[in-house]
Write a protein that binds this ligand. Structure first.
Ligand code: SF4
Length: 233
């Protein structure tokens, strides 16, 4: 671990934490709901996912076997608000089938696998890319892995803390090699970056005057007295 890089990353973390407070992620009642949410949230706002999850609950389908055995039309009807419902139906069914076929339907047995095995198996399933796989490992299996999303890439780019290209593996490696491997830290850090990207650093509508990172930002020349329109990244 590079001490200077660690100090830089912890400074950013502390600023975000002091600004937003603990995020208590993932917002789900249990691990299965967490996984369904992680699949449904691909390419759609979280508020749409909340509606889809509520629809699944109202049909008593937040259960691995019941969801797997449910009629496609019933599931599509429930998850329609999360868009791309035909694809997402296929991804959800494939995940359920994997857990049923390989782990007797027991999610805990799957989560008992080491991180490398979990990641390899998740990435072999349709519709599960690096971000979704790592979200499931971090927030479902509760194993420390750093999740990278578009906001994370925007953050490292705007703050100039690493050189591009900002590919998933490079950004993940940068965080993981310069932070203590700590489940709570990785959990909160990703959630805090999400809050920053969702609430403050919103492209053209960025609220730079409210940004706890403004003095580190390469594009903010700074009038802290009012919101400033920031360039699209
Ligand atoms: S100062 Fe503005 S553009 Fe820079 S990181 Fe903060 S919100 Fe984003």
């Amino acid at each position: 671990m590079d001490r200077m890089e660690n100090m830089k990353l912890m400074d950013i973390y502390n600023r975000l934490y002091n600004n937003f407070g603990p995020r208590h992620w993932w917002p789900a009642k249990d691990d299965f709901e967490m996984i369904i949410g992680a699949i449904l949230t691909q390419n759609v706002a979280w508020k749409n996912v909340e509606v889809a999850i509520e629809n699944l609950y109202s049909r008593d389908l937040i259960d691995l076997y019941r969801l797997y055995n449910a009629k496609n039309e019933e599931i599509i009807d429930a998850i329609r608000p999360a868009r791309f419902f035909n694809q997402k139906l296929r991804y959800i069914k494939a995940f359920c089938k994997h857990i049923i076929d390989e782990y007797g339907g027991e999610l805990d047995k799957f989560f008992d696998k080491d991180t490398k095995t979990l990641r390899r198996e998740l990435l072999s399933l349709p519709g599960i890319g690096e971000e979704t796989a790592d979200v499931i490992i971090l927030y479902g299996a509760r194993k420390p892995i750093f999740v990278v999303d578009a906001y994370t890439k925007r953050l490292v780019s705007l703050l100039g803390i690493m050189d591009g290209p900002f590919t998933y593996p490079r950004v993940q490696q940068y965080f993981m090699s310069n932070l203590e491997t700590d489940l709570y830290l990785f959990n909160e850090y990703h959630a805090l970056i999400d809050a920053w990207g969702n609430i403050i650093c919103r492209g053209k509508a960025a609220k730079c005057a409210e940004c706890p990172l403004s003095d580190l930002c390469s594009i903010c020349t700074l009038d802290r007295t009012k919101d400033r329109i920031a360039p699209v990244i």
